[in-house]
Design a protein around this ligand. Sequence first.
Ligand SMILES: [Zn+2]
Length: 288
Amino acid sequence: MSTTGSPPTVADVVAALDRRYPPAWAEEWDRVGLVVGEPTNPVRRIACVVDVVPETVDEALAAGADLIVAHHPLLLRGVSSVAATTYKGRIVHRLIKSDVALYVAHTNADVADPGVSDALAARFGLTGLRPLHRPRPGSPADGPGRGIGRIGELPTPMTLAELARHAAAVLPATAWGVRAAGDPGRMVRTLAVSGGSGDSFLGEATAAGVDAFLTADLRHHPAGEHLAAGGPALLDAAHWATERPWLDDLAAQLRGELGVETVVSDLDTDPWTVHAAAPRPDDKEPPP
Ligand SMILES: [Zn+2]
């Protein structure tokens, strides 16, 4: 820790992040923690990103960052090569050559309290927050307030159609925007939110008795069958937009605890870059 005026080291930052987001809290399949980095290197500036892609690495290097904290693992599945001839290997090479460390906090940051979905819930002003999906009792992540996703009450009830428009306005802007499934006139008071892919929590949203559930990456069959069974209305936002709010919390914590400078990436890394709505019947045909 920086008590003598010297900047914290990569090891100091890792220790601080590991305290807030213990790696043992991550799902078994997940891969979190320090990915690239020399523990003794000083860290003056940290870049916070959702995805480690060439564009966000460019941003971090241009900002003079010494360390990148990312939400999504760069290397999730087994790799046998990080040669610069591969997409991810090229990123690893750029980081090492530039002496920039990389740390990942993924499902361990989702489950934490406060975690990724607290920042998402805050965009909607939800109150009385409680977890949507609690960790298995006795598992390392089990603890008060912890769990993936949050449930809370909207400050003002609104219809599903109004909530979809509201969500598109309060979430970071993307081409995808927000789509909703269910009766557009259905009143929503209690909302569940889960940053990232929330397909697997549809049953828990139903069991919790919420009016609507906002997440990302929802699919035709699970969504349709969930609604047919009387489940809550669904809002499907861009994956990046549901996790970007957390970066502000992360950056504030790093500044406060370590005295480092931070930069937060607003680069939309969602793969969907074009959204076209079908023309309404009274719309004129566009000129050729
Ligand atoms: Zn995600």
